[in-house]
Design a protein around this ligand. Structure first.
Ligand code: SF4
Length: 361
């Protein structure tokens, strides 16, 4: 089965750390042009509709769209008769209204991901996020009133000047919310972001970030969240089916500006600039070699806390992992664990995943 990713690049303002394809729209006309192009791209994949079982509308900020535009998009997706078991939309709590939650319910959305990042006021300023913790509570109430209970919160930690106690307050707040899933990302200073421009010279404190990671792990586990991917935690049965497709290297379709599809051993990427996407400029098609496929299968698969089933590797490549890669050193350093069935990161490996992944590149 396939996943479908739908990219809405529009945002009300730009967060200082963001390197996603996004923009503050110039006009209403630009949004309408984009939605029409997006829907025609969706129709070009009609042969796949019956085999899609997850949909993820991400961004950008999908719920920055007006109610009229949002309904236009959702109605068009609905008309494709895709029977998705999991249907997620990303939201900014600043804009999330009862009317929007009502539209989500009406068109079958059953999972909502809210970008909270932090509730610390200095942190919100640094990240250029404009919501308040009241917005988060109000948004969640609107969703619950519409029967949408599968809710994710995104958290960012390790930003400049954040203390362990600040993080603890964020976690305490999050744990008062009736949510099923948490994604916790340590801040990355991506190139060409406002944060990087301003703080290029500032070093992130790696030791503090490791301590924060441990605090997150211990706190969430103690509160019955299962750690199932390096940065992701869920209540039992609420793991993200759509994102698991990426980590299990299953096939997916991505539509919209800068979106990527993975189909038939090819990575197909849409133009990264909006005007190029709107002008139907060529997609970039990269044919993955067998060795690329193997490396990606391992690197993505090891992100899952349960790791890789060796029989899945054999099924996919008709070979044994240990014949293709030498990872004994990682086992000796207690970064990887292996038995006759699985290969997975150890607790230490989960903290130092990048060191492990480099060995498979
Ligand atoms: S809302 Fe999301 S996509 Fe938009 S600027 Fe902020 S992080 Fe980027």
């Amino acid at each position: 089965m396939f996943g479908l990713y739908v990219h809405i690049p529009f945002c009300g303002h730009i967060c200082s750390y963001c390197d996603f394809p996004k923009r503050v729209p110039f006009s209403d006309k630009e949004i309408k042009l984009y939605l029409n192009k997006l829907i025609s791209e969706l129709h070009s994949y009609s042969a796949y509709y019956k085999d899609i079982d997850t949909i993820y509308i991400g961004g950008g900020t999908p719920n920055f769209l007006s109610d009229y535009d949002l309904e236009y998009l959702l109605k068009n997706i609905h008309n494709c008769n895709i029977s998705a078991k999991e249907y997620t939309v990303e939201c900014n709590s600043e804009y999330l209204t009862l009317k929007q939650a009502n539209l989500f319910k009406k068109y079958g959305i059953n999972r909502v991901s809210i970008g909270m990042q932090t509730i610390n006021e200095d942190g919100l300023k640094l990240l250029n996020r404009h919501h308040t913790k009241e917005d988060i509570r109000r948004s969640i109430n609107s969703l619950l009133e519409n029967g949408i209970t599968n809710i994710n919160i995104d958290l960012i930690y390790g930003y400049f000047n954040q203390t362990i106690n600040d993080l603890k307050l964020d976690l305490d707040f999050v744990l008062t919310l009736p949510i099923k899933h948490l994604s916790c990302y340590s801040l990355i200073l991506e190139d060409k972001t406002l944060l990087n421009l301003k703080h290029k010279e500032t070093e992130l404190d790696e030791d503090l970030i490791a301590d924060m990671n441990i605090l997150i792990n211990n706190t969430l586990k103690a509160n019955k969240f299962k750690h199932y991917e390096i940065s992701n935690y869920a209540k039992e049965g609420y793991e993200s089916r759509h994102n698991l497709k990426y980590w299990s290297k299953e096939e997916y379709i991505g539509i919209g500006q800068g979106a990527t599809s993975y189909l038939n051993n090819k990575r197909i990427t849409n133009p990264i600039y909006l005007y190029k996407y709107l002008n139907n400029e060529e997609k970039t098609i990269e044919k993955l070699s067998q060795i690329d496929e193997m490396k990606e299968f391992i690197i993505l698969g090891l992100r899952k806390v349960d790791g890789i089933l060796k029989k899945d590797y054999i099924k996919r490549f008709n070979r044994n992992i240990c014949d293709d890669f030498n990872y004994q050193k990682l086992i000796d350093y207690n970064l990887l664990y292996e038995d006759d069935k699985i290969l997975k990161l150890t607790d230490k490996g989960l903290l130092l995943g990048n060191i492990v992944f480099e060995e498979f590149l």
